[in-house]
Design a protein around this ligand. Structure first.
Ligand SMILES: *[C@@H]1O[C@H](CO)[C@@H](O)[C@H](O)[C@H]1NC(C)=O
Length: 245
């Protein structure tokens, strides 16, 4: 009997551990799980290419795109993301690096566009502008200075910039919650019911066995689990509570 009672809390804590694990998996699950470090920020996850991946330290924009392995190069659509990149970069690189932005020059529309063809609304050009008038528009790429956050026009073909940041969209959390939570709660409630049911059955059979084996002398040494006097005390207390309230 005693050991069975002890099993219920341990089972419950097992469920809690499972739950916590599920919650963590959900939090990480919003970023790609490809063994690389993805930093969630806002609507996206960012992978700063460095360490063993970054032996060459300097990449053409084509090589930079390759290194992102199917994910996009960095897009900076607002000041918050621009600040985030500036703040996070020192954790990855000691000095300034020029990070490729996922921008291309659309000569039909005569403007830069993000790699998903969306137009550029937030811009953070370096002041004073252009030593870059001689870059033909078709060869215009943009790099972000990791220490200042300012953007610079550079030649796509000639320049090798030394920072690569890849970006992946986070899976929308709202939809996840809608699908995930009721199922999770149902599972928890179900497992609690199952555990309580199983314990009740075990308890029931134990009680039957105990009374059946009451002829055994050993039974004498084990007082019943609930003594009637204890139950009475509870009743008296409950009555007192009912009267005072
Ligand atoms: C970079 O090029 C774009 C498009 O030609 C231009 O609008 C922008 O002012 C240039 N930025 C700098 C800092 O020169």
């Amino acid at each position: 009997m005693e050991s069975k009672v002890c099993n219920i809390p341990s089972l419950l804590s097992f469920i809690l551990i499972l739950l916590r694990h599920c919650a963590r998996a959900q939090a990480n699950g919003d970023c790609p799980a490809d063994g690389r470090t993805w930093v969630p920020f806002g609507q996206s996850c960012y992978h700063f290419v460095h360490g063993e991946e970054d032996v060459a330290k300097s990449y053409t924009i084509e090589k930079a795109k390759d290194m992102c392995q199917g994910f996009a190069l960095l897009t900076v659509r607002n000041a918050e993301v621009n600040d985030f990149i500036v703040q996070y970069s020192p954790k990855v690189w000691k000095d300034n690096v020029n990070i490729w932005l996922g921008l291309y020059y659309d000569s039909d529309d005569d403007q830069f566009k993000w790699s998903d063809d969306s137009v550029v609304s937030f811009k953070n050009w370096v002041e004073g502008g252009s030593a870059d008038w001689d870059i033909p528009v078709m060869d215009k790429c943009v790099a972000l200075h990791s220490t200042t956050g300012k953007w610079e026009n550079i030649s796509c073909s000639e320049k090798r910039e030394n920072g690569v940041v890849c970006e992946a969209a986070q899976k929308p959390v709202v939809i996840r919650k809608k699908n995930g939570s009721p199922l999770l709660s149902a599972l928890v409630i179900l497992s609690v019911i199952v555990i309580l049911g199983v314990s009740a059955v075990i308890w029931f059979f134990h009680q039957r066995n105990s009374s059946g084996s009451s002829l055994l002398p050993s039974f004498e040494y084990h007082p019943p689990f609930r003594s009637p006097s204890a139950d009475q005390t509870c009743l008296v207390e409950a009555e007192e509570l009912a009267e005072t309230s």
